[in-house]
Structures are given as structure tokens and as C-alpha cells.
Write a protein that binds this ligand. Structure first.
Ligand SMILES: C[S@@+](CC[C@H](N)C(=O)[O-])C[C@H]1O[C@@H](n2cnc3c(N)ncnc32)[C@H](O)[C@@H]1O
Length: 274
């Protein structure tokens, strides 16, 4: 593939560790993705997954990202013989080793937790590593946390320090309705909550549509190119399409590519009806 136009708007039924090598360098603005978690699922046996496959993909992601591009890596760990694998941390450290900055670590808090275990706390979160190739070129901070004291005046008065050292009194400030959210993001997950698209649940491990939308809003602008190298049911592409971004998916399992294709077609048809 010689140019970025060869990849825009395409769902590739292939392995990312193979296909990414054919992508042009520095063509992607944002990646929002979730790889396999250890060997928790075998995804129809099509894609083997280990640290070497991960490293190949991580290096290729660094190559294809534009300077200032961002990779959002959503991941959790398996418990093996009583101990968390911490594969997520090993991956995070490797990303740093090859040149990415860890711009933020955001917690994806799940409104619905995993199955109960007699001797453990309910597992209710995953990591969202926000990795950037240099300083992120787009940061649109989401301000949607309701302020408890909205509409009230601040207790103290706001002052500004002038160049000569004196203070100018700017009076009291009225607290706005919404403030900047924290880096713990909570989503309804699981069947019936992650998306309204029933079709998506044919895939065993989707992330919520709203999660993809919030990252796309935070780290990209309209017209940017968004990649998901573990495309699954097409959640990232669907969110990108809805939000006026270009997108490209790579997914190893053919049946999942079909789900993604159908999901995208239904919103593309809805767009053209409007
Ligand atoms: C956690 S799921 C992603 C689900 C997706 N976020 C969604 O919402 O539908 C991981 C996906 O990666 C795919 N996969 C695993 N190894 C792959 C590889 N080397 N290249 C491409 N896809 C791969 C699996 O088939 C699976 O669909």
C-alpha cells in the first residue's frame, strides 16, 4: 500500500503483525484499540497472541503514527495461579522503551463488574494507556463532570499578579455547570449497555461505544484518520464515522469483519437518509 488513500475506510481481514508493515509511515492520527488479554479468549483460534506478536505490533504502531499521534491501549490482566499476570504493565513499559510517552493512564471503570470470586474483590476496571508519539497534537479536554456548586460564587476573590508584583482584584467567579472530568471514566458495559447494536454482541469482547467516542473526541479532530488494529466488531470505526473522522480497521477473524461491515453500513445508510 503506497498511500494513505489505499487504507482509508477499509476493513482488512488480516493480522496486524503482518499487515501494518505495509502501511505508509506517519499516516495515522489516533489509535483506539483493545488487544487480546493474555489468552483469556482464543478468537476462533485465528490469531496467536504472545509478547513477540505484541512487540511487532507496538513497533509498527510507532512507525505508522504521525508525530503527535496518540495510541489508546485498553487492556486488563488475567489471574494465573492466583497472581495477576501484569501483562498490561509489561506492554506499557515496552511502549515507553520504543519511544512512546505515557501521556496518561486512565481507568475504565465498569458499571457492571466481573463474576464474583469468594476470596477477591469484584474486578471492576481496566487500564486505558494513553500513549503519544511526542507531545500530543490534539487535546480536547472533556468538561462534563457536573459541578456540585454550579451557579454559586467562589468563596474567595480571584486575583491576578501583575508584572510589577501588585495584585489586581478580579472579584468572585461563578462556578460553571460542568468541570473537567477526572482520569477515571465510568461506562455501562455488558450486553445491552455497551451499544444498542444487537449485532455487535456476536463478538465476545466489545468495549462500549461511548468509550471509543470519548477518546476520539479527546485526541483527534474531524477529518483525522483513526486506526483500530484489533478491530473486532468495529466499535472504533463506527464511533469515528459518526464523529466525522476517517477510519481503518484490521481484524484477524473473518466473521468479526462481517459484523463490523454490517454495523458500518447501517450507520452509513442512516447518514445518507438524512
Ligand atoms: C478485545 S477484541 C476487540 C474488540 C473491539 N474493541 C470491539 O469493540 O469490538 C480483540 C480482537 O483482536 C483480534 N485479533 C487478535 N489478534 C489479532 C492480530 N494479530 N491482528 C488482528 N486482529 C487480531 C481478535 O480476533 C479480536 O476480535
Amino acid at each position: 500500500m503506497k498511500s494513505v488513500n489505499d487504507i482509508k475506510g477499509r476493513i482488512f481481514n488480516d493480522r496486524s503483525d503482518r499487515l501494518l508493515k505495509e502501511f505508509p509511515a506517519e499516516c495515522i492520527d489516533l489509535v483506539v484499540t483493545s488487544p487480546p488479554y493474555d489468552d483469556l479468549r482464543d478468537y476462533e483460534g485465528v490469531a496467536s497472541w504472545d509478547m513477540e506478536v505484541f512487540k511487532t505490533i507496538a513497533r509498527e504502531l510507532y512507525r505508522v503514527m504521525k508525530p503527535g499521534g496518540v495510541v489508546v491501549w485498553v487492556v486488563g490482566d488475567k489471574t494465573l495461579k492466583g497472581s495477576k499476570t501484569l501483562t498490561s504493565f509489561k506492554q506499557a513499559l515496552f511502549f515507553q522503551e520504543i519511544g512512546f510517552d505515557m501521556y496518561d493512564v486512565i481507568i475504565y471503570e465498569k458499571a457492571g463488574s466481573g463474576p464474583p470470586h469468594p476470596n477477591r474483590y469484584f474486578n471492576a476496571f481496566e487500564y486505558m494507556f494513553v500513549l503519544s508519539k511526542g507531545r500530543p497534537k490534539t487535546v480536547n479536554i472533556l468538561r462534563d463532570k457536573p459541578n456540585k456548586w454550579a451557579g454559586c460564587s467562589t468563596y474567595g476573590e480571584v486575583t491576578r499578579r501583575e508584572k510589577d508584583g501588585s495584585l489586581t482584584n478580579k472579584g468572585r467567579k461563578v462556578i460553571s455547570e460542568f468541570g473537567v472530568r477526572t482520569n477515571i471514566w465510568r461506562y455501562a458495559n455488558g450486553r445491552g449497555f455497551a451499544t444498542k447494536d444487537k449485532l455487535a454482541y456476536k463478538h465476545p469482547a466489545i468495549f462500549p461505544e461511548k468509550l471509543a467516542e470519548d477518546h476520539i473526541a479527546s485526541w483527534s479532530d474531524p477529518g483525522d484518520l483513526v486506526l483500530d488494529p484489533f478491530g473486532g466488531s468495529g466499535t472504533t470505526a463506527k464511533a469515528a464515522q459518526k464523529m466525522g473522522r476517517e477510519w481503518v480497521l484490521i481484524e484477524a477473524v473473518k466473521d468479526y469483519c462481517e459484523i463490523a461491515r454490517e454495523r458500518l453500513e447501517s450507520i452509513q445508510n442512516a447518514d445518507s437518509d438524512n
